[in-house]
Design a binder for this molecule. Structure first.
Ligand code: ZN
Length: 212
Protein backbone atom coordinates (compact mmCIF):
# COMPACT_ATOMS: atom_id res chain seq x y z
CA UNK A 1 0.00 0.00 0.00
CA UNK A 2 0.81 3.57 0.34
CA UNK A 3 2.58 4.28 -2.90
CA UNK A 4 1.29 7.16 -4.99
CA UNK A 5 -0.41 6.23 -8.24
CA UNK A 6 -0.19 7.92 -11.62
CA UNK A 7 -0.47 11.65 -11.46
CA UNK A 8 -3.93 12.70 -12.58
CA UNK A 9 -4.91 16.10 -13.92
CA UNK A 10 -7.20 17.16 -11.14
CA UNK A 11 -5.85 14.93 -8.39
CA UNK A 12 -4.55 16.40 -5.21
CA UNK A 13 -0.82 15.97 -5.16
CA UNK A 14 1.65 15.46 -2.39
CA UNK A 15 5.34 16.18 -2.90
CA UNK A 16 8.16 14.26 -1.25
CA UNK A 17 10.03 16.66 1.06
CA UNK A 18 13.33 14.87 0.31
CA UNK A 19 13.40 14.14 -3.43
CA UNK A 20 10.51 16.36 -4.68
CA UNK A 21 8.79 13.45 -6.45
CA UNK A 22 5.05 14.13 -6.86
CA UNK A 23 2.48 11.54 -5.82
CA UNK A 24 -1.25 11.35 -6.14
CA UNK A 25 -2.72 11.78 -2.71
CA UNK A 26 -4.16 8.61 -1.22
CA UNK A 27 -4.80 8.34 2.48
CA UNK A 28 -3.30 5.16 3.91
CA UNK A 29 -5.40 2.79 6.00
CA UNK A 30 -5.38 3.14 9.76
CA UNK A 31 -1.99 2.16 11.19
CA UNK A 32 -0.27 2.26 7.78
CA UNK A 33 2.10 4.73 6.18
CA UNK A 34 2.37 6.22 2.71
CA UNK A 35 5.95 6.17 1.44
CA UNK A 36 7.68 8.00 -1.39
CA UNK A 37 8.12 5.55 -4.26
CA UNK A 38 11.55 6.95 -5.10
CA UNK A 39 13.35 7.38 -1.79
CA UNK A 40 11.07 5.72 0.77
CA UNK A 41 10.52 8.87 2.86
CA UNK A 42 7.36 8.67 4.97
CA UNK A 43 4.78 11.03 3.44
CA UNK A 44 1.71 10.27 5.56
CA UNK A 45 1.29 8.24 8.73
CA UNK A 46 -2.21 7.33 9.73
CA UNK A 47 -2.51 6.52 13.41
CA UNK A 48 -5.44 6.80 15.70
CA UNK A 49 -4.79 9.10 18.68
CA UNK A 50 -1.48 10.31 17.20
CA UNK A 51 -2.17 13.87 18.39
CA UNK A 52 -2.77 12.97 22.03
CA UNK A 53 0.31 10.70 22.00
CA UNK A 54 2.49 13.51 20.62
CA UNK A 55 1.16 15.88 23.29
CA UNK A 56 1.90 13.39 26.09
CA UNK A 57 5.39 12.65 24.73
CA UNK A 58 6.11 16.39 24.26
CA UNK A 59 5.27 17.12 27.89
CA UNK A 60 7.53 14.21 28.93
CA UNK A 61 10.35 15.65 26.78
CA UNK A 62 10.02 19.10 28.38
CA UNK A 63 10.08 17.73 31.93
CA UNK A 64 13.02 15.43 31.18
CA UNK A 65 15.10 18.09 29.38
CA UNK A 66 14.78 20.47 32.34
CA UNK A 67 15.45 17.73 34.93
CA UNK A 68 18.37 16.30 32.95
CA UNK A 69 20.00 19.73 32.86
CA UNK A 70 19.87 20.20 36.62
CA UNK A 71 20.51 16.68 38.01
CA UNK A 72 24.10 15.34 38.17
CA UNK A 73 25.18 13.97 34.83
CA UNK A 74 28.12 11.97 36.09
CA UNK A 75 30.32 11.60 39.09
CA UNK A 76 34.05 11.27 38.61
CA UNK A 77 36.52 9.86 41.10
CA UNK A 78 40.25 10.22 40.35
CA UNK A 79 43.20 10.12 42.77
CA UNK A 80 40.90 10.40 45.77
CA UNK A 81 39.12 13.51 44.50
CA UNK A 82 35.44 13.05 43.77
CA UNK A 83 33.23 15.44 41.85
CA UNK A 84 29.65 15.44 40.59
CA UNK A 85 28.65 17.67 37.70
CA UNK A 86 25.42 18.52 35.94
CA UNK A 87 25.15 19.69 32.35
CA UNK A 88 24.32 23.14 33.67
CA UNK A 89 27.55 23.21 35.76
CA UNK A 90 29.60 22.31 32.69
CA UNK A 91 27.85 24.76 30.40
CA UNK A 92 28.27 27.67 32.80
CA UNK A 93 31.81 26.92 33.91
CA UNK A 94 33.51 28.45 30.86
CA UNK A 95 33.46 32.21 30.89
CA UNK A 96 36.09 33.19 28.37
CA UNK A 97 37.75 32.08 25.17
CA UNK A 98 36.65 29.60 22.58
CA UNK A 99 35.07 27.29 25.16
CA UNK A 100 32.29 29.84 25.71
CA UNK A 101 31.16 29.06 22.16
CA UNK A 102 31.13 25.36 23.03
CA UNK A 103 29.04 26.07 26.15
CA UNK A 104 26.56 28.20 24.23
CA UNK A 105 26.27 25.59 21.46
CA UNK A 106 25.75 22.81 24.02
CA UNK A 107 22.97 24.62 25.87
CA UNK A 108 21.39 25.68 22.58
CA UNK A 109 21.40 22.31 20.80
CA UNK A 110 20.84 20.02 23.77
CA UNK A 111 18.45 22.05 25.90
CA UNK A 112 16.92 25.12 24.27
CA UNK A 113 16.19 23.84 20.75
CA UNK A 114 14.49 20.60 21.94
CA UNK A 115 12.49 22.63 24.49
CA UNK A 116 11.46 25.23 21.91
CA UNK A 117 10.51 22.57 19.36
CA UNK A 118 8.32 20.58 21.76
CA UNK A 119 6.68 23.78 23.05
CA UNK A 120 5.85 24.81 19.45
CA UNK A 121 4.40 21.36 18.71
CA UNK A 122 2.18 21.53 21.80
CA UNK A 123 1.10 25.06 20.76
CA UNK A 124 0.08 23.81 17.30
CA UNK A 125 -1.34 20.36 18.12
CA UNK A 126 -3.16 20.91 21.44
CA UNK A 127 -5.99 23.09 20.02
CA UNK A 128 -6.46 20.73 17.04
CA UNK A 129 -6.62 17.74 19.36
CA UNK A 130 -9.29 19.35 21.55
CA UNK A 131 -11.37 20.60 18.58
CA UNK A 132 -10.53 24.26 19.13
CA UNK A 133 -9.54 26.75 16.42
CA UNK A 134 -5.76 26.94 15.93
CA UNK A 135 -3.91 29.53 18.01
CA UNK A 136 -2.58 32.65 16.24
CA UNK A 137 0.32 32.02 13.84
CA UNK A 138 0.00 28.24 14.27
CA UNK A 139 1.27 27.66 10.71
CA UNK A 140 4.42 29.66 11.31
CA UNK A 141 4.93 27.85 14.62
CA UNK A 142 4.65 24.45 12.95
CA UNK A 143 6.99 25.48 10.12
CA UNK A 144 9.56 26.61 12.72
CA UNK A 145 9.16 23.36 14.70
CA UNK A 146 9.86 21.34 11.55
CA UNK A 147 12.84 23.52 10.65
CA UNK A 148 14.30 23.00 14.14
CA UNK A 149 14.14 19.20 13.90
CA UNK A 150 17.74 18.69 12.62
CA UNK A 151 19.06 21.05 15.31
CA UNK A 152 17.60 19.19 18.30
CA UNK A 153 20.59 16.98 19.08
CA UNK A 154 19.64 15.22 22.30
CA UNK A 155 20.26 11.75 20.90
CA UNK A 156 23.57 12.74 19.28
CA UNK A 157 24.65 14.12 22.64
CA UNK A 158 23.69 10.95 24.56
CA UNK A 159 25.59 8.68 22.18
CA UNK A 160 28.61 11.01 22.11
CA UNK A 161 28.74 11.10 25.93
CA UNK A 162 28.47 7.33 26.23
CA UNK A 163 31.40 6.88 23.81
CA UNK A 164 33.53 9.57 25.47
CA UNK A 165 32.91 8.20 28.96
CA UNK A 166 33.85 4.66 27.98
CA UNK A 167 37.12 6.08 26.61
CA UNK A 168 38.07 7.93 29.81
CA UNK A 169 36.91 5.15 32.14
CA UNK A 170 40.51 3.85 32.30
CA UNK A 171 41.76 7.14 33.76
CA UNK A 172 39.21 7.67 36.50
CA UNK A 173 36.33 5.98 38.22
CA UNK A 174 33.16 7.22 36.56
CA UNK A 175 29.55 6.77 37.45
CA UNK A 176 26.54 7.92 35.47
CA UNK A 177 24.19 10.19 37.37
CA UNK A 178 20.39 10.35 36.99
CA UNK A 179 20.70 12.93 34.20
CA UNK A 180 22.56 10.48 31.96
CA UNK A 181 19.68 7.99 32.18
CA UNK A 182 17.18 10.80 31.62
CA UNK A 183 19.00 11.75 28.42
CA UNK A 184 18.93 8.11 27.30
CA UNK A 185 15.16 7.92 27.87
CA UNK A 186 14.77 11.31 26.16
CA UNK A 187 16.52 10.04 23.03
CA UNK A 188 14.04 7.16 22.80
CA UNK A 189 11.00 9.39 23.42
CA UNK A 190 12.12 11.84 20.72
CA UNK A 191 12.37 9.00 18.18
CA UNK A 192 8.94 7.59 19.14
CA UNK A 193 7.30 11.04 19.08
CA UNK A 194 8.73 11.73 15.62
CA UNK A 195 7.20 8.51 14.32
CA UNK A 196 3.77 9.76 15.41
CA UNK A 197 4.33 13.19 13.90
CA UNK A 198 2.81 13.35 10.41
CA UNK A 199 3.27 16.83 8.99
CA UNK A 200 0.76 16.22 6.19
CA UNK A 201 -1.97 15.39 8.74
CA UNK A 202 -1.17 18.50 10.77
CA UNK A 203 -1.11 20.82 7.72
CA UNK A 204 -4.43 19.32 6.58
CA UNK A 205 -5.96 19.76 10.04
CA UNK A 206 -4.72 23.38 10.17
CA UNK A 207 -6.17 24.03 6.72
CA UNK A 208 -9.55 22.50 7.58
CA UNK A 209 -9.76 24.39 10.84
CA UNK A 210 -8.72 27.72 9.34
CA UNK A 211 -9.06 27.84 5.54
CA UNK A 212 -7.01 30.52 3.83
ZN1 ZN B 1 11.20 10.90 -2.10
Amino acid sequence: MGQGGNIGDTAQLIGCPVCDELHQLSRPDEGHRALCRCCGTVLITSRDRAGINILALSVAVMVLVIAATIFPFLSIDAAGIANRVSLWDVATSFRSGLLVLVSVATVLLIVLVPLMRTALLVYVIAPLEFDRPPLPRARGAFRTAQALRPWAMTEVFSIGCAVALVKVSDLAHLEFGPAFWMFSVLSLIVVVADRYLCSWSIWTALEEAEPT
